[in-house]
Design a protein around this ligand. Structure first.
Ligand SMILES: CC(C)(COP(=O)(O)OP(=O)(O)OC[C@H]1O[C@@H](n2cnc3c(N)ncnc32)[C@H](O)[C@@H]1OP(=O)(O)O)[C@@H](O)C(=O)NCCC(=O)NCCS
Length: 178
C-alpha cells in the first residue's frame, strides 16, 4: 500500500522529491529558524546535507519503506514551497508537514493534510490518521483540527524539538479514525 506519486488540491501540486530540489527547498523553508522552531531538525545552513536528506526520501519511495514524503508546489508550478509526509505504521498513518513562511495563513497546509487523511482512511488496512505537534505550536494544532482530526490529548514528554531544548517536550495528539 502506497500513496499516489503525485496529488493535486485546488491550490497545490504535490510530488516526489527530485535530486535537483535541494536549493529551492533550502530557500523556501529548510534554512529558516522560525519555520523549524518546533520541528525535529535544526535549520540547514548548507544545501549539501539537505540534498542528502532528500536522497533518503527518494530512496524511501523507491523501496517502499512506509515513509512517503512529498514536496508541495503551488498549482501550476514545479517549485517546492513546503513538504508533507506520511509514515504508515501497521494500521496507523502518521503525518508531518512544513511550509515556507511566505505562504502561511492561507489554508494551504490544511488542503494538503485533508487530501492525505482522506487517502489514508480510504485504505482498507488503515483505521487511524494522526499527527502531533508541540503544545506551543497552535497553528499546527489548528491545521489538524481544520483538516478533520480531533484533539485527543497531551502526550507528555513525547518529542524532542532540538531547537528549543534537548529534553522531550509535551505534544498535542490529534487523529481521525474510522
Ligand atoms: C503549521 C503550518 C504548517 C501551518 O500551515 P498554514 O498553511 O499556514 O496553515 P493554515 O493556513 O491552513 O491554518 C493555520 C491556522 O492556524 C491559526 N494560527 C496561526 N498562528 C496561530 C497562533 N499563534 N495561535 C492560534 N492559531 C494560530 C491560523 O489562524 C489558522 O487558523 P484559521 O484558518 O482558523 O484562522 C505552518 O505554520 C508551518 O509550516 N509552521 C512551521 C512548521 C511546523 O510547525 N510544522 C508542524 C509541525 S507539527
Amino acid at each position: 500500500m502506497r500513496p499516489p506519486d503525485t496529488f493535486n488540491t485546488p491550490r497545490l501540486f504535490a510530488r516526489r522529491p527530485r535530486p535537483d530540489d535541494a536549493p529551492a527547498v533550502f530557500a523556501a523553508y529548510a534554512s529558516d529558524p522560525t519555520v523549524t522552531k518546533y520541528l525535529s531538525w535544526p535549520p540547514y545552513t548548507e544545501v549539501a546535507p539537505l540534498a542528502e536528506f532528500l536522497q533518503q526520501r527518494m530512496h524511501d519511495w523507491a523501496n517502499e519503506t512506509g515513509h512517503y514524503g512529498y514536496l508541495l508546489c503551488l498549482a501550476g508550478t514545479d517549485t517546492p514551497i513546503g513538504s508533507i509526509g506520511v509514515i504508515i505504521h501497521g494500521n496507523h498513518a502518521v503525518f508531518g508537514y512544513v511550509l515556507g513562511r511566505a505562504h502561511w495563513g492561507r489554508g494551504l497546509m490544511t488542503e494538503a493534510l485533508r487530501y492525505l487523511i482522506a487517502w489514508a482512511l480510504a485504505q482498507p488496512a488503515i483505521f487511524r490518521a494522526c499527527a502531533f505537534c508541540d503544545v506551543e505550536n497552535p497553528a499546527s494544532a489548528r491545521v489538524m483540527e481544520k483538516a478533520g482530526m480531533t484533539r485527543e490529548g497531551i502526550l507528555r514528554r513525547y518529542h524532542v524539538a532540538p531547537n528549543l531544548s534537548p529534553d522531550p517536550r509535551d505534544c498535542i495528539m490529534c487523529a481521525k479514525v474510522r
